[in-house]
Design a protein around this ligand. Structure first.
Ligand code: NDP
Length: 457
């Protein structure tokens, strides 16, 4: 049977665009439907604009540090609307590059919401149905909001945080994950009185415990008010803004309340159930290691599958799908040892297992840990500390976890991830000569085992 397309991709984000381009390069006829701007969460309302906001907000800290180095700055002011306009210009430029890349590869871009009518038929809003041999779902995720919370309609998600008409004077951010912690740093850096409220005993569940505690201390040193073990029970309008009421009987006034309490896979309204695609309870599309669903001609990549929700992972999954299906090169992306960074201030770079997870998986592990003041801050006397930690499996002597909280840690961790992916042992790691004077040299000079409180070696 002849179809209109060999491949129909729903969603032009990082995963969908990569898959469409690589598939089209095989000579396949490929269409990509996108209901919003091309680029997906990462380019339009995630990693990229977020990083610009991090850069913008870091200047305040640099200005403060510069005083210790003899600088006098006067009249440093931040212009939020001017920054937003420049940010939006750059996002439009990047989105345009994505569009051109798709077109250059020979894929057809269709603007509109697409929905499966059956496994081989896609209906696009405002157009007739088209037929396709294969389908790729790459619709990503969306902020999850606590819909039953009284007054939640007064709160924003990260989507709106990129477009606030005015910079608030005070903000309350709910959540203790990547997004909450990153935005707390951004708003605090921009001079906004920032309160972070998280329901758990510590932020960033899943990260190494030393990293979590260390970062909390550093956030507080920078002026962020961190409230742990509490969550919103209501958001109410008040004469001066919004009142957040918390489960610990406390309340807090602010101009903006932002919820960053997780994201959900965007799988509703796509006709997936009609086509027979199996979803998990949270809406994630169930796939095998080749990103194939239970329906033979339908695949899914990226956040909609809720595996590791990171842009580079979606790209690799999209590429692996296209190589497998259109280039006859069976490829499955290996989800082990994927490094990640939290662009908090200071940032975190992390790869491999936390100490707790390594103890569960390997039993006996050695820990190497250093906390120190960076050279840049010893000069100014600022009380800002870095943390570096290695987790080593005693049996194989391999490094199974590396965690850094320090300026530039996202850059540092990329290199560590290469060595760890190759299975580096602690001895091989230590045989690497240090680069001096750097922060990262501490990583290759940690010789003494750290004995956590309450443990004996
Ligand atoms: P996360 O899943 O990382 O964190 C969600 C946070 O919200 C957790 O602290 C969670 O608490 C809390 N939470 C969940 N439900 C509730 C609730 N009902 N009430 C109060 N608190 C609640 O989600 P994010 O939205 O921060 O980020 C989503 C994903 O996007 C990340 O996991 C990451 O994969 C990706 N991302 C990556 C970035 C990067 O690479 N730098 C940046 C931003 C996002 P608890 O721990 O108790 O469950």
């Amino acid at each position: 049977m002849a179809y209109d397309y060999d491949l129909f991709v729903i969603g032009a984000g990082s995963g969908g665009v990569r898959a469409a381009r690589v598939a089209a390069m095989s000579g396949a006829t490929v269409a990509v439907a996108e209901e919003d701007r091309v680029g997906g969460t990462c380019v339009i309302r995630g990693c990229v604009p977020k990083k610009f906001m991090v850069y913008a907000s870091e200047f305040a800290h640099h200005f403060k540090t510069s005083k210790g180095y003899g600088w006098t700055l006067s009249d440093a002011r931040f212009d939020w609307p001017a920054f937003l306009a420049e940010k939006d210009k750059e996002i439009a430029r990047l989105s345009g590059i994505y569009v051109r890349n798709l077109q250059n590869a020979g894929a057809e871009l269709i603007h509109g919401k697409a929905r499966l009518i059956d496994a081989h038929t896609v209906e696009i809003e405002g157009r007739g149905p088209v037929t396709t041999d294969k389908v790729l779902i790459a619709t990503g995720g969306r902020p999850w909001m606590p819909r039953d919370l009284p007054g939640v309609e007064h709160a924003i998600s990260s989507n709106e945080a990129f477009h606030l008409a005015e910079l608030p004077k005070r903000i309350v951010i709910a959540g203790g994950g990547y997004i909450a912690v990153e935005f707390a740093g951004i708003f605090n850096g921009l001079g906004v009185e920032t309160t972070l409220v998280h329901r758990g005993p510590n932020i960033l569940r899943g990260f190494d415990d030393d990293v979590r505690s260390h970062l909390t201390e550093e956030l507080e040193k920078r002026g962020i008010k961190v409230i742990l073990g509490a969550q919103h029970i209501a958001v109410e309008k008040s004469p001066t803004g919004l009142t957040s009421r918390f489960s610990n009987d406390h309340e807090c006034e602010s101009d903006v309340v932002m919820f960053a309490v997780g994201r959900e896979p965007y799988s509703q309204g796509l006709g997936l159930e009609t086509a027979g695609v199996t979803l998990k309870d949270n809406g994630a599309v169930v796939v095998d290691s080749y990103s194939r669903t239970n329906v033979e001609n339908i695949w899914a990549v990226g956040d909609v599958t809720d595996r590791i929700n990171l842009t580079p992972v979606a790209i690799r999954e999209g590429e692996a799908f296209a190589r497998t299906v259109f280039h006859d090169q069976p490829t499955s992306f290996d989800h082990e040892m994927v490094a990640s960074a939290v662009f908090s201030q200071p940032p975190i770079g992390s790869v491999g297992l936390s100490e707790a997870d390594a103890r569960k998986q390997y039993g006996k592990v050695d820990i190497y840990l250093a906390r120190f003041r960076a050279m840049k801050y010893t000069f100014t006397g600022a009380d800002e500390r870095c943390l570096m930690k290695l987790v080593v499996d005693c049996a194989s002597e391999k490094i199974v976890g590396c965690h850094v909280v320090a300026p530039d840690s996202p850059e540092i961790i990329q290199m560590a991830a290469i060595a760890m992916k190759m299975g580096v042992t602690k001895a091989q790691w230590d045989s690497t000569c240090a680069v001096h004077p750097t922060l990262a040299e501490e990583l290759v000079t940690m010789r003494e085992k750290h004995v956590p409180l309450g443990l004996t070696v």
